[in-house]
Design a binder for this molecule. Structure first.
Ligand code: IPE
Ligand code: IPE
Ligand code: MG
Length: 236
């Protein structure tokens, strides 16, 4: 059945372009990442005002470890700092925080902060913020199959529902809209299972420049899409 898209319940964002933003200013890439962190709050507030209460942000991919050691270390420090600084306010605003991805390569400190933030905000239901760190869609599917096998499930009977129930995002709605900043026309391994039927929106705007007006433009674009899910177009 075709349906008008209206407002997405859940938006995934590939926050790309921090490095280009910094280069344009003759700054180090890490300055772009700092500016990228500042953009998150603006976008969360704009999403909340628009009535979208579920966001998943791609912060670090399983492939991003191939970046220079200094850049990776700075990003990890920024994740730690941001979690430490922002959890109180997010909690007061009723936001449930989840971090999705493989924990194994994260520092003990970051893991502890993540666990604390998740535990503290577990009961919150006004909004949901998922942050993908050391996240890869392929790794997620492999991890789901491993976890099914470990649980003694018969993989010959595997179906989509069983697999989805073992993804990091089990229990979360699939994203309706994926926004990618900085213009690249690819998913870069983000939510490749969950976004099977998501609408895609790519803007040239670099992530540190992305703000309320850009989010509103994405929502306006989404609102006139017709989602068919493989069915026939609406007859009118
Ligand atoms: C996105 O910005 C942030 C991360 C991937 C961590 P980039 O760092 O990829 O910025 P560009 O693509 O080099 O401009
Ligand atoms: C995707 O951006 C990952 C994040 C935004 C965290 P990349 O900059 O890593 O993607 P590619 O390398 O251009 O595909
Ligand atoms: Mg990039």
């Amino acid at each position: 059945m075709a349906e008008r898209a209206a407002l997405p319940a859940h938006i995934g964002i590939i926050m790309d372009g921090n490095g280009r933003w910094a280069r344009q200013r003759g700054q180090r890439r890490t300055e772009g990442h700092r500016a990228g962190i500042r953009a998150i709050r603006r976008v969360m507030e704009a999403a909340d005002r628009a009535g979208v209460h579920h966001l998943t942000l791609f912060a670090f991919s399983t492939e991003n470890w191939s970046r220079p050691r200094y850049e990776v270390a700075t990003l990890m420090r920024l994740f730690e700092q941001t979690l430490q600084e922002e959890v109180d306010e997010l909690h007061q605003n009723g936001v449930r925080i989840r971090v999705i991805g493989r924990r194994e390569r994260l520092s003990a400190r970051l893991c502890r902060l993540v666990e604390e933030a998740e535990a503290r905000t577990r009961e919150n239901a006004r909004g949901a913020l998922n942050v993908a760190i050391n996240y890869g869609g392929r790794a997620e599917i492999v991890d789901a199959v491993r976890s099914l096998a470990r649980a003694g499930q018969d993989l010959r009977q595997l179906d989509e529902e069983m697999l989805a129930a073992h993804l990091y995002t089990a229990g979360l709605p699939d994203p309706d809209l994926i926004i990618r900043t900085a213009g690249e026309l690819r998913t870069s391994n983000f939510l490749i299972w969950q976004a099977a039927y998501a609408e895609l929106y790519v803007t040239q705007t670099l992530w540190p420049d992305f703000g309320a007006a850009d989010l509103e433009a994405a929502l306006a674009d989404y609102a006139v899409r017709v989602r068919r899910f493989g069915g026939v177009p609406e007859l009118d």
